[in-house]
Design a protein around this ligand. Structure first.
Ligand code: ATP
Ligand code: MG
Length: 254
Protein backbone atom coordinates (compact mmCIF):
# COMPACT_ATOMS: atom_id res chain seq x y z
CA UNK A 1 0.00 0.00 0.00
CA UNK A 2 1.37 3.46 -0.78
CA UNK A 3 1.40 6.18 1.84
CA UNK A 4 -1.25 8.01 -0.17
CA UNK A 5 -3.81 5.25 0.34
CA UNK A 6 -3.15 4.46 3.97
CA UNK A 7 -5.34 6.16 6.55
CA UNK A 8 -3.83 8.96 8.62
CA UNK A 9 -4.28 6.91 11.77
CA UNK A 10 -5.02 3.23 12.24
CA UNK A 11 -5.41 1.74 15.70
CA UNK A 12 -6.01 -1.94 16.35
CA UNK A 13 -6.46 -3.85 19.59
CA UNK A 14 -4.78 -1.23 21.73
CA UNK A 15 -4.51 -2.12 25.41
CA UNK A 16 -2.96 -0.18 28.25
CA UNK A 17 -3.03 -0.65 32.00
CA UNK A 18 -1.53 1.45 34.75
CA UNK A 19 -0.72 -1.29 37.29
CA UNK A 20 -4.08 -3.01 37.88
CA UNK A 21 -6.11 -0.17 36.32
CA UNK A 22 -7.13 -1.38 32.84
CA UNK A 23 -7.63 1.89 30.99
CA UNK A 24 -7.64 0.72 27.36
CA UNK A 25 -9.09 -2.75 26.82
CA UNK A 26 -8.89 -3.16 23.07
CA UNK A 27 -9.31 0.11 21.19
CA UNK A 28 -9.83 0.08 17.43
CA UNK A 29 -10.41 2.99 15.06
CA UNK A 30 -9.29 4.53 11.80
CA UNK A 31 -9.00 8.18 10.87
CA UNK A 32 -9.18 9.16 7.20
CA UNK A 33 -6.69 11.66 5.82
CA UNK A 34 -7.81 15.25 5.95
CA UNK A 35 -10.69 14.54 8.31
CA UNK A 36 -11.52 15.71 11.82
CA UNK A 37 -11.99 12.84 14.23
CA UNK A 38 -13.33 13.43 17.73
CA UNK A 39 -12.58 11.04 20.54
CA UNK A 40 -15.25 11.62 23.13
CA UNK A 41 -15.23 10.37 26.70
CA UNK A 42 -15.75 11.28 30.33
CA UNK A 43 -12.98 12.26 32.73
CA UNK A 44 -10.62 9.34 33.08
CA UNK A 45 -11.96 7.44 30.06
CA UNK A 46 -8.46 7.19 28.60
CA UNK A 47 -8.49 9.89 25.91
CA UNK A 48 -5.13 11.38 26.90
CA UNK A 49 -3.71 7.87 27.17
CA UNK A 50 -4.69 7.19 23.54
CA UNK A 51 -3.19 10.50 22.40
CA UNK A 52 0.05 9.81 24.30
CA UNK A 53 0.39 6.39 22.69
CA UNK A 54 -0.28 7.80 19.20
CA UNK A 55 2.24 10.59 19.73
CA UNK A 56 4.89 8.09 21.00
CA UNK A 57 5.03 9.53 24.52
CA UNK A 58 3.73 6.30 26.01
CA UNK A 59 3.96 2.63 24.99
CA UNK A 60 0.89 0.45 24.66
CA UNK A 61 0.90 -2.96 26.36
CA UNK A 62 -0.42 -4.68 23.24
CA UNK A 63 -2.03 -3.79 19.94
CA UNK A 64 -0.80 -1.74 17.03
CA UNK A 65 -1.07 1.87 16.03
CA UNK A 66 0.08 3.40 12.77
CA UNK A 67 0.29 7.15 12.26
CA UNK A 68 0.93 8.53 8.77
CA UNK A 69 1.77 4.95 7.79
CA UNK A 70 4.40 4.54 10.52
CA UNK A 71 4.27 2.16 13.46
CA UNK A 72 4.30 4.10 16.74
CA UNK A 73 6.38 1.42 18.48
CA UNK A 74 9.02 0.67 15.85
CA UNK A 75 9.10 3.90 13.80
CA UNK A 76 8.67 6.47 16.55
CA UNK A 77 11.00 9.04 14.99
CA UNK A 78 9.05 8.98 11.70
CA UNK A 79 5.78 9.33 13.61
CA UNK A 80 7.14 12.33 15.52
CA UNK A 81 8.10 14.04 12.29
CA UNK A 82 4.56 13.60 10.98
CA UNK A 83 2.63 14.99 13.92
CA UNK A 84 2.25 17.77 16.38
CA UNK A 85 0.61 17.60 19.75
CA UNK A 86 -1.20 20.30 21.64
CA UNK A 87 -1.61 18.97 25.12
CA UNK A 88 -4.33 19.46 27.66
CA UNK A 89 -2.16 22.12 29.30
CA UNK A 90 -0.69 24.87 27.12
CA UNK A 91 3.04 24.81 26.46
CA UNK A 92 3.59 28.48 25.67
CA UNK A 93 6.30 30.53 27.37
CA UNK A 94 4.73 33.29 29.48
CA UNK A 95 7.72 35.61 29.48
CA UNK A 96 8.04 35.77 25.72
CA UNK A 97 5.63 37.55 23.42
CA UNK A 98 3.34 35.52 21.18
CA UNK A 99 5.51 36.34 18.20
CA UNK A 100 8.71 35.38 20.05
CA UNK A 101 7.21 32.02 20.97
CA UNK A 102 6.43 31.31 17.32
CA UNK A 103 9.85 32.48 16.09
CA UNK A 104 11.53 30.29 18.71
CA UNK A 105 9.75 27.14 17.57
CA UNK A 106 10.41 27.94 13.88
CA UNK A 107 14.12 28.35 14.71
CA UNK A 108 14.19 25.08 16.65
CA UNK A 109 12.77 23.38 13.57
CA UNK A 110 15.46 24.99 11.39
CA UNK A 111 12.94 26.67 9.11
CA UNK A 112 13.78 29.50 6.77
CA UNK A 113 12.49 32.96 7.66
CA UNK A 114 11.06 32.33 11.15
CA UNK A 115 9.78 35.92 11.33
CA UNK A 116 7.60 35.52 8.25
CA UNK A 117 6.26 32.19 9.52
CA UNK A 118 5.41 33.82 12.86
CA UNK A 119 3.63 36.75 11.21
CA UNK A 120 1.62 34.50 8.93
CA UNK A 121 0.44 32.38 11.88
CA UNK A 122 -0.37 35.42 14.02
CA UNK A 123 -2.57 36.70 11.22
CA UNK A 124 -4.22 33.33 10.71
CA UNK A 125 -5.15 33.07 14.39
CA UNK A 126 -6.20 36.72 14.81
CA UNK A 127 -3.25 37.46 17.07
CA UNK A 128 -1.47 40.11 15.00
CA UNK A 129 -2.32 42.93 17.39
CA UNK A 130 -1.40 40.93 20.48
CA UNK A 131 1.70 39.43 18.88
CA UNK A 132 4.15 41.84 20.50
CA UNK A 133 2.76 41.44 24.01
CA UNK A 134 3.97 39.00 26.64
CA UNK A 135 1.89 35.83 26.72
CA UNK A 136 1.40 36.42 30.47
CA UNK A 137 -1.10 39.13 29.47
CA UNK A 138 -3.12 36.86 27.12
CA UNK A 139 -6.58 35.51 27.84
CA UNK A 140 -7.12 31.73 27.94
CA UNK A 141 -8.52 31.74 24.40
CA UNK A 142 -5.57 33.69 23.04
CA UNK A 143 -3.12 31.28 24.67
CA UNK A 144 -4.94 28.31 23.26
CA UNK A 145 -4.89 29.81 19.76
CA UNK A 146 -1.19 30.57 20.13
CA UNK A 147 -0.61 27.02 21.32
CA UNK A 148 -2.38 25.63 18.24
CA UNK A 149 -0.48 28.06 15.99
CA UNK A 150 2.81 26.82 17.49
CA UNK A 151 1.87 23.25 16.78
CA UNK A 152 1.39 24.06 13.08
CA UNK A 153 4.92 25.28 12.48
CA UNK A 154 6.50 23.05 9.88
CA UNK A 155 3.09 21.96 8.55
CA UNK A 156 2.71 18.53 10.14
CA UNK A 157 0.15 16.44 8.24
CA UNK A 158 -1.50 15.19 11.44
CA UNK A 159 -2.26 17.12 14.59
CA UNK A 160 -3.49 15.93 17.96
CA UNK A 161 -5.49 18.35 20.06
CA UNK A 162 -6.12 17.07 23.57
CA UNK A 163 -9.16 18.92 24.93
CA UNK A 164 -8.47 22.08 22.94
CA UNK A 165 -11.26 24.12 24.52
CA UNK A 166 -11.53 22.90 28.10
CA UNK A 167 -11.74 25.91 30.39
CA UNK A 168 -12.47 28.43 27.65
CA UNK A 169 -15.49 30.71 27.52
CA UNK A 170 -18.02 30.22 24.69
CA UNK A 171 -16.55 32.96 22.52
CA UNK A 172 -12.99 31.65 22.84
CA UNK A 173 -14.25 28.13 22.08
CA UNK A 174 -15.77 29.37 18.84
CA UNK A 175 -12.46 31.00 17.90
CA UNK A 176 -10.62 27.73 18.49
CA UNK A 177 -13.26 25.81 16.52
CA UNK A 178 -12.78 28.20 13.63
CA UNK A 179 -9.03 27.62 13.73
CA UNK A 180 -9.52 23.85 13.72
CA UNK A 181 -11.94 24.02 10.79
CA UNK A 182 -9.44 26.06 8.80
CA UNK A 183 -6.76 23.49 9.49
CA UNK A 184 -8.88 20.67 8.17
CA UNK A 185 -9.89 22.75 5.16
CA UNK A 186 -6.21 22.92 4.26
CA UNK A 187 -5.87 19.15 4.37
CA UNK A 188 -4.48 18.58 7.86
CA UNK A 189 -5.84 15.53 9.67
CA UNK A 190 -7.06 16.43 13.15
CA UNK A 191 -7.65 14.05 16.03
CA UNK A 192 -9.16 15.89 18.95
CA UNK A 193 -10.37 14.72 22.31
CA UNK A 194 -13.22 16.38 24.08
CA UNK A 195 -15.77 15.95 26.83
CA UNK A 196 -18.14 18.30 25.06
CA UNK A 197 -20.81 16.86 22.82
CA UNK A 198 -21.41 20.18 21.11
CA UNK A 199 -17.73 20.45 20.25
CA UNK A 200 -17.79 17.09 18.51
CA UNK A 201 -21.03 18.12 16.82
CA UNK A 202 -19.52 21.36 15.54
CA UNK A 203 -16.25 20.01 14.31
CA UNK A 204 -16.00 16.34 13.68
CA UNK A 205 -16.49 14.34 10.50
CA UNK A 206 -16.55 11.26 12.69
CA UNK A 207 -17.12 10.81 16.38
CA UNK A 208 -15.98 7.87 18.50
CA UNK A 209 -17.00 7.38 22.10
CA UNK A 210 -14.45 5.81 24.43
CA UNK A 211 -16.11 4.14 27.37
CA UNK A 212 -14.83 1.53 29.81
CA UNK A 213 -11.74 0.92 27.76
CA UNK A 214 -13.35 0.44 24.37
CA UNK A 215 -14.81 2.44 21.51
CA UNK A 216 -18.52 1.83 22.01
CA UNK A 217 -19.72 3.78 18.96
CA UNK A 218 -17.96 5.27 15.97
CA UNK A 219 -19.69 7.06 13.14
CA UNK A 220 -20.65 10.29 11.49
CA UNK A 221 -22.87 12.62 13.45
CA UNK A 222 -25.85 11.61 11.29
CA UNK A 223 -25.16 7.93 12.01
CA UNK A 224 -24.89 8.59 15.73
CA UNK A 225 -28.15 10.52 15.79
CA UNK A 226 -29.91 7.61 14.11
CA UNK A 227 -29.07 5.50 17.13
CA UNK A 228 -31.75 7.36 19.05
CA UNK A 229 -35.43 7.49 18.15
CA UNK A 230 -36.56 10.92 16.96
CA UNK A 231 -37.82 13.12 19.78
CA UNK A 232 -41.57 13.67 20.09
CA UNK A 233 -42.66 17.14 19.08
CA UNK A 234 -44.03 19.04 22.02
CA UNK A 235 -46.18 22.15 21.76
CA UNK A 236 -43.86 24.54 23.51
CA UNK A 237 -41.93 27.49 22.19
CA UNK A 238 -38.30 26.72 21.57
CA UNK A 239 -36.38 28.37 24.36
CA UNK A 240 -32.93 29.74 23.58
CA UNK A 241 -30.13 27.95 25.37
CA UNK A 242 -28.02 29.75 27.94
CA UNK A 243 -25.24 29.66 25.39
CA UNK A 244 -27.46 31.43 22.80
CA UNK A 245 -28.27 34.13 25.35
CA UNK A 246 -24.67 34.56 26.40
CA UNK A 247 -23.41 34.80 22.83
CA UNK A 248 -26.13 37.22 21.80
CA UNK A 249 -25.41 39.49 24.74
CA UNK A 250 -21.66 39.51 24.19
CA UNK A 251 -22.27 40.15 20.53
CA UNK A 252 -20.78 37.22 18.68
CA UNK A 253 -23.98 35.72 17.36
CA UNK A 254 -26.31 37.41 14.94
N1 ATP B 1 0.69 7.71 34.63
C1 ATP B 1 -0.41 7.20 35.19
N2 ATP B 1 -0.33 6.37 36.24
C2 ATP B 1 -1.44 5.84 36.80
N3 ATP B 1 -2.70 6.08 36.36
C3 ATP B 1 -2.84 6.90 35.32
C4 ATP B 1 -1.71 7.52 34.66
N4 ATP B 1 -2.16 8.28 33.65
C5 ATP B 1 -3.49 8.16 33.67
N5 ATP B 1 -3.91 7.33 34.65
C6 ATP B 1 -5.30 6.94 34.94
O1 ATP B 1 -5.83 6.38 33.75
C7 ATP B 1 -7.18 6.77 33.55
C8 ATP B 1 -7.29 7.44 32.18
O2 ATP B 1 -6.58 8.67 32.21
P1 ATP B 1 -6.56 9.66 30.96
O3 ATP B 1 -5.73 10.81 31.37
O4 ATP B 1 -6.14 8.91 29.74
O5 ATP B 1 -8.09 10.03 30.85
P2 ATP B 1 -8.81 11.18 30.02
O6 ATP B 1 -9.92 10.53 29.26
O7 ATP B 1 -7.80 11.95 29.25
O8 ATP B 1 -9.44 12.08 31.18
P3 ATP B 1 -9.67 13.69 31.26
O9 ATP B 1 -10.96 13.95 30.55
O10 ATP B 1 -9.81 13.95 32.73
O11 ATP B 1 -8.49 14.37 30.65
C9 ATP B 1 -7.53 7.67 34.72
O12 ATP B 1 -8.18 6.87 35.69
C10 ATP B 1 -6.19 8.13 35.24
O13 ATP B 1 -6.24 8.40 36.62
MG1 MG C 1 -7.19 13.93 29.24
Amino acid sequence: MTTQQTPAIHVHGLKKSYKELRVLRGVDFTVARGSIFALLGSNGAGKTTVVKILSTLLKADTGTARVHGFDVATQAADVRESISLTGQFAAVDEILSGRENLVLVARLRHLKDPGAIADELLARFSLTEAGGRKVATYSGGMRRRLDIAMSLIGNPPIIFLDEPTTGLDPQARIEVWQAVKELAAQGTTVLLTTQYLDEAEQLADRVAILHEGRIIVNGTLAELKQLLPPAKVEYVEKQPTLEDVFLTLVGTKA
